[in-house]
Design a protein around this ligand. Structure first.
Ligand SMILES: Nc1ncnc2c1ncn2[C@@H]1O[C@H](COP(=O)(O)OP(=O)(O)OP(=O)(O)O)[C@@H](O)[C@H]1O
Ligand SMILES: [Mg+2]
Length: 480
């Protein structure tokens, strides 16, 4: 780099070498010994080691060499000219060598300084990068925390195996984290959606696209939960999907509301149809029954005709019962509540069940204390009878049914327990759907009617299948 300092500053580093050289020159001229003092010239060159101007050692070396040569011509007696000549040749060589050494040394020093500066710059840059990295990591952690609070998240590998789930996923699915890691998402599949839906999902994300849809999942306990699901692939450095991130939000409440709306709409249609049925079918059916009863009365006792008409009458009775169920479900009557001893109510239900010849082999028991609740005795009695009939049918004419007034202050809790086969999880999910039945002659309206009655009382209904076997249906409503 060119030196831009003023001339007097440039010459300043020369002062000391010049004084040294002058001293040496004077000593050289005055003394005549075997070893000439001119050999001290290289020390003047050494004094330029810190000069900024890199040419300085060579300038001083040049001057020193000139003075060495000049010294040879200063007249002296005592010394042989040949020895003096040799001394001076050595001095010139030593001076030039020293200048070379000084130059080498200063270059080495410069390089060292440069390397130090580069190392310092690299260190500063690395510190800045580390700081940025630390900040980015912090931001990422904050974002993940926010996302984990708001969403149900999971990550799976290319084969669909779960490699990460957040706390919300564990909470809503009912599984512990270690039960989910390594499994695929079939573990939460509710079986509602067709295979083609999952096929198109894999097609989309496998080609790097984002899939979005509403999926019904199942908890570990067999309950259903709906999720608005978005699945996004994560790509490797070759732009190929390497993992899939699924972000879900819980929409179970919205789906239930939608289902209820649908149910209400279909109920309204059913109510209109029920009016037609009541008028167009039930009334003529009553007429047909009356006529058949008259005819039957005129027939010879024990005759084959009389038995056939009896059969027809029994079928019409059954038809009437189904129609009554349909009407009760489609056009529920108003509730008339009054204080009722529910234990006595259960005893009446037990009596009616025992009276049914189909359930002669079933042991029906009533348990629990007297308890007065303000309910519509007819509706609640009918509801418990419906449950007792379900229990007796499940027990296939044998076994034990318990009608229980359970301890549940400040509520009224009634339970119908049986030791039948229990209810499979897939059936249990649908038992409150109108017209869902597993029986050849069932209408599938029993439990929906019971649920309606309990809800009319501001209560709830639940079904448990304990590990010990059987089924427990429990109704719970406010005391009054
Ligand atoms: N105690 C029980 N044990 C086993 N399964 C039961 C029990 N209660 C109900 N279920 C199941 O629930 C289904 C629906 O019951 P629900 O009472 O609504 O209709 P249903 O008994 O089939 O017909 P309906 O009562 O209208 O004659 C039944 O078909 C049966 O599979
Ligand atoms: Mg039933």
């Amino acid at each position: 780099m060119p030196d831009s300092s003023p001339l007097h500053q440039k010459l300043l580093p020369l002062a000391l070498p010049i004084v040294t050289m002058s001293t040496v020159f004077v000593a050289d001229s005055l003394h005549a010994t075997l070893v000439t003092p001119a050999l001290l010239y290289p020390t003047a060159v050494l004094l330029t080691a810190n000069a900024k101007d890199r040419r300085m050692p060579w300038i001083v070396a040049g001057l020193a060499a000139s003075l060495t040569v000049a010294g040879h011509y200063v007249p002296r007696d005592e010394i042989l000219p040949t020895v003096d000549f040799l001394n001076r040749v050595m001095t010139v060589l030593a001076t030039i060598g020293t200048a070379g050494l000084v130059q080498y040394f200063t270059r080495f020093k410069d390089r060292l300084r440069q390397e130090e500066a580069i190392a310092a710059a690299i260190h500063a840059r690395n510190s800045r990068t580390e700081e940025k990295l630390e900040n980015s990591l912090h931001e990422l952690r904050d974002m993940q925390l926010a996302m984990d609070q708001a969403n149900i998240a999971s990550i799976s590998d290319l084969h669909g195996k779960i490699v990460y789930v957040n706390d919300k996923f564990c909470q809503i699915s009912g599984y512990a984290r270690q039960e989910l890691i390594g499994q695929d998402h079939r573990i939460v599949n509710s079986g509602l959606h067709p295979k083609s839906m999952f096929h198109s999902l894999w097609q989309t994300i496998g080609h790097g696209g984002t899939w979005r849809g509403e999926v019904r999942n199942r908890t570990k306990d067999g309950e259903f939960w709906w999720a608005d699901t978005t699945i996004v692939p994560l790509f490797d450095t070759h732009d190929k999907p390497k993992q899939y991130v699924a972000i879900r939000s819980d929409i179970t409440a919205r789906k239930l509301a939608e289902e209820q709306l649908l149910e209400q709409a279909s109920l309204a249609r059913l109510g209109a149809m029920a009016s037609v049925v009541a008028h167009e079918v039930r009334n003529p059916l009553a007429g047909v029954m009356g006529a058949l009863q008259v005819l039957r009365g005129r027939m010879v006792a024990e005759s084959e005709e009389r038995m056939i008409v009896g059969d027809v009458l029994a079928r019409i009775d059954q038809l009437n019962a189904s129609l009554s169920d349909l009407l009760l479900y489609a056009r529920p009557r108003a509730v008339h509540k009054a204080p009722t001893n529910v234990r006595l109510l259960l005893e009446e239900v037990a009596e009616s069940t025992r009276a049914d010849p189909r359930f002669a082999g079933v042991d029906v028991q009533v348990e629990g204390q007297d308890k007065v609740c303000t309910v519509d005795a007819n509706l609640i009695g009918g509801a418990v009878l419906n449950l007792a009939l379900n229990a007796a049918q499940a027990a296939e004419g044998k076994g034990r049914i318990q009608l229980v007034v359970a301890d549940a202050d400040p509520c009224c809790r009634l339970e119908v327990r049986d030791d039948g086969p229990g209810i499979d999880a897939s059936v249990r999910a649908r038992i409150f759907e109108p017209f869902f039945t597993t029986k050849p002659r069932g209408t599938g309206l029993g439990l929906p009617i019971v649920k309606r009655i309990v809800e009319q009382h501001g209560g709830t209904i639940g079904v448990d299948c304990p590990e010990s076997g059987g089924t427990v249906v429990h109704l719970q409503f406010p005391l009054g």
